[in-house]
Design a protein around this ligand. Structure first.
Ligand SMILES: Cc1cc2nc3c(=O)[nH]c(=O)nc-3n(C[C@H](O)[C@H](O)[C@H](O)COP(=O)(O)OP(=O)(O)OC[C@H]3O[C@@H](n4cnc5c(N)ncnc54)[C@H](O)[C@@H]3O)c2cc1C
Length: 379
């Protein structure tokens, strides 16, 4: 029989993340959004309480939590701030290729330090000239003795410049397509690697997004994950998993949109009555809850497929596309319910909309998710 209840451990984890969000994230989210600054103290505190880099396996010293647990945490953190969610979850995104393609020894070497102290990872796939068509990457990796030499530019990299390690995808032959790609673990301070912070983002401004410029950056050959030609496969397998937390985060944003809407609608009166008495408002609230419940079910199913080792690419794509659009609509309706007040920063709902727009774009746009879904239908 299907069982949708959480175990005691999962409930405790969810409560931990909920309390953490209420105490450490909600009070500072707006300030860091305005300052366009990553709140490092939140990373430190997340590490302290055990909410950082939770995917690091036990053999590397971590908690080895599954995707379902990541989804539970992600929903709670995004309830407080989708930008801070991205700081924490982009680190799990950076860890995942090492889980997918790394040996046990590499996992210990690269992931162990990420749990010993507050530290982040990053995932470097997108480039200025190509995001959706990732296999067309132009960043090159050339073997020189026992070292890879990397040249090129990666674009839009979350945690870029602050992450201790970035998994960088590069091509060994620009005309070789996806079969000529490698995945390399690059330390933050590798000589020849420089960072440019991307400013004036529409939302998620508490997360750090950077351009990474590689000029003859050298990494030892044993920083290579998997075999020659495995880079693209590792990147795609990673995204098939990490789209689940993006879906979970979207559910968190939608839940916040609903809670803020209910709170405001109960207080706001027009024509002598609270606006909750109007069916037009009630229907918006009902639509939000319908989306949240549907989205969470799909997210949990995709997480369960990941954790049980079953095929999950299509379900993760459905969850990511559905939840990010559902959450965008919820945030939009939350602004509508707040009327003019929804349009200014005094209430949190305009930030929800700005933040959650990105969920339709990163980790593969929703058009790309639809291609993934359609491919599974037509194959
Ligand atoms: C704030 C932020 C953080 C990010 N973090 C990371 C990160 O940590 N690591 C990383 O590697 N990347 C990251 N990204 C990059 C992100 O994943 C890409 O922006 C995204 O994949 C889209 O790529 P693009 O911007 O090049 O758009 P393009 O690929 O140029 O697409 C432009 C438009 O065309 C559509 N399109 C493209 N091809 C098709 C097609 N075949 N069929 C139908 N429609 C199509 C797209 O859906 C989109 O609407 C981040 C981006 C942002 C903005």
């Amino acid at each position: 029989m299907l069982d949708f209840s959480l175990t005691d451990e999962q409930r405790q984890l969810q409560q931990l993340a909920r309390d953490f969000t209420r105490k450490e994230i909600i009070p500072i989210a707006s300030e860091y959004d305005q300052r366009e600054e990553l709140p490092w103290q939140v990373v430190e505190k997340a590490h302290e309480v055990g909410l950082l880099n939770v995917g690091v396996p036990e053999h590397a010293g971590g908690l080895g939590l599954g995707m379902f647990e990541e989804a539970l945490i992600g929903e709670e953190i995004a309830y407080g701030c989708m930008g801070i969610f991205t700081v924490l979850m982009a680190s799990e995104l950076g860890i995942t290729p090492i889980l997918v393609g790394g040996t046990e020894e590499q996992q210990k070497r690269f992931l162990g330090p990420l749990v010993e102290r507050p530290a982040l990872a990053a995932f470097g796939l997108s480039e200025p000239g190509n995001g959706s068509d990732a296999a067309a990457m132009q960043t090159t990796a050339v073997l020189d003795g026992d070292e890879w030499v990397i040249n090129g530019t990666k674009m839009w990299i979350s945690n870029g410049g602050i992450a201790d390690i970035t998994v960088v995808f590069a091509t060994t032959d620009r005309s070789g397509g996806y079969k000529a790609t490698v995945a390399l673990v690059v330390p933050k301070d590798a000589p020849g690697l420089s960072y440019n912070k991307i400013k004036h983002k529409m939302g998620q401004r508490a997360s750090l997004t950077s351009e990474l410029v590689f000029e003859n950056v050298r990494v030892p050959r044993d920083h290579q994950l998997g075999g020659l030609g495995d880079g693209f496969r590792i990147a795609m397998k990673t995204l098939d998993k990490t789209r689940v937390p993006v879906a979970a985060g979207s559910v968190g944003v939608a839940r916040r949109a609903l809670d803020e809407s209910v709170k405001y609608a109960k207080e706001r009166e027009t024509f002598g009555k609270p606006i909750t008495t109007y069916q037009a408002i009630q229907f918006k609230l009902a639509e939000m809850l319908m989306g949240i419940e549907t989205g969470r079910l799909m997210t949990w199913k995709a997480a369960w497929l990941v954790d049980t080792g079953k095929p999950h690419g299509t379900e993760a794509a459905i969850a990511k596309a559905y939840c990010s659009e559902m959450a965008f609509d919820a945030a939009n309706e939350a602004i509508q319910i707040h009327g003019g007040y929804g349009y200014v920063g005094e209430y949190p709902v305009e930030k929800l909309l700005r933040d959650v727009k990105l969920n339709q774009i990163y980790e593969g746009t929703n058009e790309i998710q639809r291609l993934v879904i359609a491919r599974s239908i037509l194959k």
